[in-house]
Design a protein around this ligand. Structure first.
Ligand SMILES: [Zn+2]
Ligand SMILES: [Zn+2]
Length: 104
C-alpha cells in the first residue's frame, strides 16, 4: 500500500465502501489516487468520472508528489507500448513501474 502524507489522506484514499466498487459512484469518496501517475484528484460527483488534480493535501497542507503522468507515457513509448492500443503490463496499472530500475 502506498504511504500518503497523513492519516487523513490515507483514510480518504482508502475509503473502502462496501456498496460502491467505483469511488466515483460513492458519495463518501472524496479523493481518487492514481498510483500509476502518483496523482491525487478531488472527485466531482456529477455522475461522471471527473476529478480535479490537487497539488497540496487538503488536510495537512503538505505538497503532494509530483505527477508522473508524462513519465508514464514516455516510459511506455520507450518500450514500444501504445497505451491506447496495447495491453498494459501489470506494473503500469499501479505504482510498481516507478520502482523499476531505469533501463539504459
Ligand atoms: Zn459508497
Ligand atoms: Zn496530508
Amino acid at each position: 500500500m502506498t504511504d500518503h502524507c497523513c492519516e487523513a489522506m490515507t483514510t480518504h484514499v482508502n475509503v473502502g465502501c462496501d456498496q460502491h466498487d467505483d469511488p466515483y459512484a460513492c458519495p463518501d469518496a472524496l479523493v481518487d489516487f492514481s498510483p500509476q501517475f502518483q496523482e491525487y484528484g478531488l472527485i466531482i460527483h456529477d455522475g461522471g468520472t471527473s476529478s480535479i488534480t490537487i497539488d497540496f493535501c487538503p488536510w495537512c497542507g503538505r505538497r503532494l508528489p509530483e505527477s508522473q503522468r508524462d513519465r508514464w507515457f514516455d516510459e511506455l513509448e520507450r518500450r514500444g507500448i501504445d497505451p491506447w492500443e496495447d495491453e498494459l503490463p501489470a506494473e503500469f496499472r499501479d505504482g510498481r513501474w516507478l520502482a523499476a530500475p531505469p533501463q539504459a
